[in-house]
Structures are given as structure tokens and as C-alpha cells.
Design a protein around this ligand. Structure first.
Ligand SMILES: Cc1cc2nc3c(=O)[nH]c(=O)nc-3n(C[C@H](O)[C@H](O)[C@H](O)COP(=O)(O)O)c2cc1C
Length: 323
């Protein structure tokens, strides 16, 4: 049977005015620029509501030296260093190869200066891309990235600059490597962010004890996968407290490998759910997660995934204070 004939309308949702066929978003850095991934046998773009492209800077970048990835006991460390062909090449040579009829495509913008973020956003603004994600949380570059994302003041300045450059939906990708993610979210909303991606990777390290050296060429890397899921859930919950009254949506992410994980993120407050590292374990994971969410909706008699968002019964002992 063609699994896609059984597309479930209950999985569809609106995200910043875009229609996502399912709540699943393929995450930046885990599916290249989209076109390679669509060649995986059995994969359909309709399995994902949206696809985030690899982090893109103004000029081409070769990225970091090896090793760039390392599997940990419950996830993966990476320090790719934003390898990409530069924004003009992405817009000029790659976007035309993507099929915009079945899913939404989101650019992932990075930079070393505020001006670079603004310029890359402007280049994508003049393209068919559906939305722009601002990556102020990349832990693997020396300048920009997480250096901006860990400061609410700098985060807001980057968002404001990108806002000047586009009217497309702006999604700010927040760093978990900071003291008060809710305060950062508040500042980014004031600066013009339409939505959030929560969370990027946590900084980590792995050591080769025989060589007595860090395994990752960059010495440290970003930790992703199941190891970070409980942290990501709490961050989504905290950011949702700020976003809920304003109707601002979140793409929850960090360690999703099955339908239960995805449902947890929606209950914590995510409108959509990202799948990244999980795709390295199982490239066809999205179809399986969609089926599991459909089963859950049926079992609990919910009419759509929207009914799950923030639908959490807190225990009386739990504090909802976020700051
Ligand atoms: C190999 C790799 C490369 C990544 N590259 C980027 C990137 O270019 N830009 C970005 O915003 N996030 C990047 N990320 C972070 C993911 O998009 C995602 O936020 C994070 O891995 C948490 O989700 P996961 O546990 O499902 O992978 C990368 C992650 C991995 C594993």
C-alpha cells in the first residue's frame, strides 16, 4: 500500500501562515539542502511539514577539520562548522531543484556579524523560500552563532536586523546554553521574531583516553539526540509560557526518535516538532512518527494535532515560574 495515500488531515496545521501537512520538520544540518535527502528510497516530502536547509552564511565556508561527528551513548556530537556554499549559491543553484509543491522550505541563516545576518536574510527574502530561521545558537563557530544567542541583547539586535531585511516568517533558533531562555525569547519577540525553534545543541566534549586528546577536531561540539530531550522539553515549556498569550508558535526539537517523543513536545507547547539526529538512525522515521501521532489522536479522541499544543495537566507541586 502507498503509505501516502492514507495522509491524515488531522496532522495538518498552520505555522506563521504556512500550511504544514504534518507537524514534523526536518532539522537544519541533518538533511543537507533538502535535495539529497529526497533521494532516500521510500521517503516522501509529504512526510514532513517543512524542511530546514543547512546553515548558510554570506560567503562559502569549508567548515571545521575532522573529526566532525562522533556518536555518544545517547546521541551525537557534531562540529561541522557551518560548511555551506554561500547564500547566493544556495538561492541561485539549489532552491530551483527543490519541489515546493509538497512541503515548505525554511532557510537557516548564520553569520559572524549582525550585518552578515541581515545580508543573508535579504538574499533569501528575494527567493522562493517560505520562511527564514535565524541560527543564533550554533556552538561550532568562533564568531557569531552562540556568542550572539547567549546574550538576550545581542539576540534581539540580530533579530531586529533580520526583520528589517524580510517580511517572510522569521523563526529564531534559541540556544539552550544560556541562563534564561524565556527572557531571551521575550526580547526576540519585541525585536520582531514571529516564531521560535527550541532548542539547538548543547555544548559537549568527547575524549580519546589513549591519545589524551578531544575526539572532535574543534575540541568541543554540539550534543544532539535522545540525551538532550528532557532538557529540550523543559526549554520548550518555558518558552511556551511567554509565547502562549501571543499565539507565537514553536518548533520543539531535541532527541525526537519516535511518536511519543513528538507528542511530549507538543504537550509541552510546541506547535511543530523537529527531527534531526533521529534521521541518522532511521531515514524513514517521519512516516513512522506520523502514524504514531495519528494513532494517539484516535485513541484520545482529539480532532487535530492543534489540540495537543500545551495541553499539559501540571502537577500541583510543579512551579510554572519561568524567570
Ligand atoms: C550534524 C548536525 C549538523 C547541524 N547543523 C545545524 C545548522 O547548520 N544550523 C542549525 O541551526 N542547527 C544545526 N544542527 C542542530 C539541529 O538542527 C537540531 O537543532 C539539534 O540537533 C537538536 O535536534 P535533534 O536532537 O533531533 O538532532 C545540526 C545538528 C547536527 C546533528
Amino acid at each position: 500500500m502507498d503509505a501516502h495515500k492514507s495522509e491524515d488531515a488531522r496532522l495538518a496545521l498552520q505555522f506563521c501562515g504556512m500550511r504544514f501537512a504534518t507537524p514534523l520538520v526536518l532539522l537544519s544540518g541533518c538533511v543537507g539542502f533538502g535535495e539529497e535527502y529526497t533521494r532516500v528510497a521510500g521517503f516522501s516530502n509529504r512526510d514532513a511539514g517543512a524542511v530546514c536547509l543547512k546553515g548558510t552564511t554570506l560567503d562559502p565556508r569549508l567548515g571545521n577539520g575532522p573529526h566532525r561527528v562522533y556518536e555518544t551513548s545517547a546521541g551525537m556530537l557534531n562540529a561541522i562548522g557551518l560548511q555551506n556554499p554561500g547564500a547566493r549559491a544556495v538561492v541561485g543553484e539549489i532552491l530551483s531543484k527543490l519541489d515546493f509543491s509538497e512541503t515548505r522550505f525554511i532557510a537557516n541563516v548564520s553569520g559572524s556579524t549582525i550585518e552578515e545576518y541581515e545580508e543573508v536574510t535579504r538574499i533569501f527574502d528575494d527567493s522562493p523560500i517560505d520562511a527564514i530561521e535565524i541560527n543564533i545558537s550554533c556552538p561550532n563557530v568562533k564568531e557569531g552563532g552562540v556568542a550572539f544567542g547567549n546574550s538576550p541583547e545581542m539576540s534581539a539586535r540580530v533579530v531586529a536586523a533580520c526583520r528589517r531585511a524580510t517580511r517572510k516568517p522569521l523563526i529564531t533558533k534559541l540556544s539552550p546554553n544560556q541562563t534564561d531562555i524565556a527572557d531571551n525569547a521575550r526580547r526576540c519577540i519585541e525585536a520582531g521574531s514571529d516564531a521560535f525553534a527550541v532548542i539547538n545543541t548543547l555544548m559537549g566534549m568527547a575524549i580519546d583516553i589513549e591519545q589524551r586528546r578531544p575526539i572532535i577536531g574543534n575540541n568541543q561540539g554540539g550534543l544532539s539526540g535522545p540525551a538532550i530531550k528532557p532538557i529540550a522539553l523543559l526549554k520548550v515549556f518555558q518558552v511556551h509560557q511567554v509565547c502562549r498569550p501571543l499565539g507565537i508558535p514553536i518548533i520543539g526539537q531535541g532527541g525526537v526518535v519516535n511518536a511519543a517523543d513528538a507528542i511530549e513536545f507538543m504537550l509541552a507547547g510546541a506547535t511543530a516538532v523537529g527531527v534531526g539526529t533521529g534521521l541518522f538512525y532511521e531515514p524513514l522515521l517521519c512516516a513512522e512518527i506520523n502514524r504514531g501521532i495519528s494513532d494517539y489522536l484516535t485513541r484520545h479522541q482529539f480532532s487535530s494535532v492543534g489540540d495537543l499544543v500545551g495541553n499539559l495537566q501540571l502537577n500541583s507541586a510543579t512551579t510554572t515560574k519561568t524567570t
